[in-house]
Design a protein around this ligand. Structure first.
Ligand SMILES: NC(=O)c1ccc[n+]([C@@H]2O[C@H](COP(=O)([O-])OP(=O)(O)OC[C@H]3O[C@@H](n4cnc5c(N)ncnc54)[C@H](OP(=O)(O)O)[C@@H]3O)[C@@H](O)[C@H]2O)c1
Length: 274
């Protein structure tokens, strides 16, 4: 029905400095049912690339991160569908939950919430303060957003939750103990929520995304990467798997092999290799 229609999308820039402009959008005739998606952590890397890819596919977007101006200045010009932007720090959980609720209200509902916000830290992960800061974002912040996304979708009776975990969730690492453990938390929590949803026969899909190495600001200093995917390729593949409603998405796909090897490898052998 949206074939050649022109609609007016409202872009509301900023959480505090609200000003609104009208934006002409011509929707793609190949996409008759544009969806509404929120990406938490959309200012750079995988989140920003997903926003561009999803806009190209006709999604209306709610985008959050701490760097609001970066989203407004660098990301917004690349989007062709309605988008709402909000400042959010997931480690301030009560504020972040209120921001998410406000964003969804402004968007007039949401079909898909992608929890992508995360940090890798620049230490061994064994200094208490650095580890705590990482855990506040990757674990407590993630859990806060996951619970709110679940509550929103339970209330409306349907929805799709996507969490961005990592291949790192599958193995310990001497130089990344807090990061790897935080991603194990993400994947395990998503698995548990999916089981609960199944048992309760709720119409909510849960996708756990496990990227290997993707070239983003998070990894640009890392000289020891292999099978590195470009961020655009990663975004395309993640969106494809989301639309297929996959439970688990490996990015790129060859990492599925590593995941399988890790699942069958005796712990002693793994510890020798690491
Ligand atoms: N790149 C890889 O190879 C790779 C591999 C596996 C998994 N991942 C995961 O993919 C996700 C995205 O990472 P990336 O590689 O795209 O790195 P990135 O470019 O650094 O992006 C991280 C995103 O998370 C947001 N974020 C960080 N802390 C936040 C907070 N406290 N509140 C709200 N948003 C926050 C950042 O926005 P602000 O800083 O503006 O808040 C940014 O938009 C992360 O969860 C990461 O662990 C990445």
């Amino acid at each position: 029905m949206y074939g050649s229609a022109v609609i007016y999308g409202i872009r509301s820039f900023g959480y505090k400095n609200r000003h609104i402009v009208l934006n002409h959008i011509t929707l793609n005739s190949k996409n008759p049912s544009p969806k509404k998606a929120v990406i938490i952590g959309a200012s750079s890397g995988i989140g920003a690339a997903l926003a561009v890819e999803m806009s190209r596919k006709g999604y209306s977007l709610g985008l959050t991160a701490r760097r609001l101006s970066m989203m407004e200045e660098e990301l917004q010009p690349q989007l062709t569908t309605p988008a709402w932007f909000a400042h959010m720090d997931v480690s301030e959980i009560d504020n972040a939950v209120a921001t998410l609720q406000d964003l969804v209200r402004k968007m007039g509902g949401v079909d898909l919430i992608i929890i992508n916000a995360g940090v890798s830290g620049n230490s061994s992960g064994m200094e208490r303060e650095a580890a705590e800061q990482l855990i506040k974002i990757n674990v407590l912040g993630f859990a806060g957003m996951l619970h709110e996304a679940y509550r929103i979708f339970q209330k409306q009776g349907h929805g799709h939750i996507v969490g961005i975990s990592s291949i790192a969730s599958l193995l310990p690492h001497p130089n990344g103990s807090a990061y790897n453990a935080s991603k194990a938390f993400v994947s395990n929590y998503l698995d548990s929520i999916r089981l609960r949803i199944k048992r309760k026969e709720e119409h909510i899909t849960v996708t756990d995304v496990l990227p290997g190495y993707v070239l983003t600001p998070m990894t640009e200093e890392n000289k020891r990467m292999f099978w590195v995917a470009s961020v655009e390729k990663a975004a395309r593949q993640i969106l494809r798997d989301i639309e297929k409603q996959k439970s688990v998405s490996y990015v790129s796909r060859r990492w599925r092999l590593i995941a399988w090897l890790l699942s069958i490898m005796p712990r002693g052998l793994l510890n020798k290799i690491l």
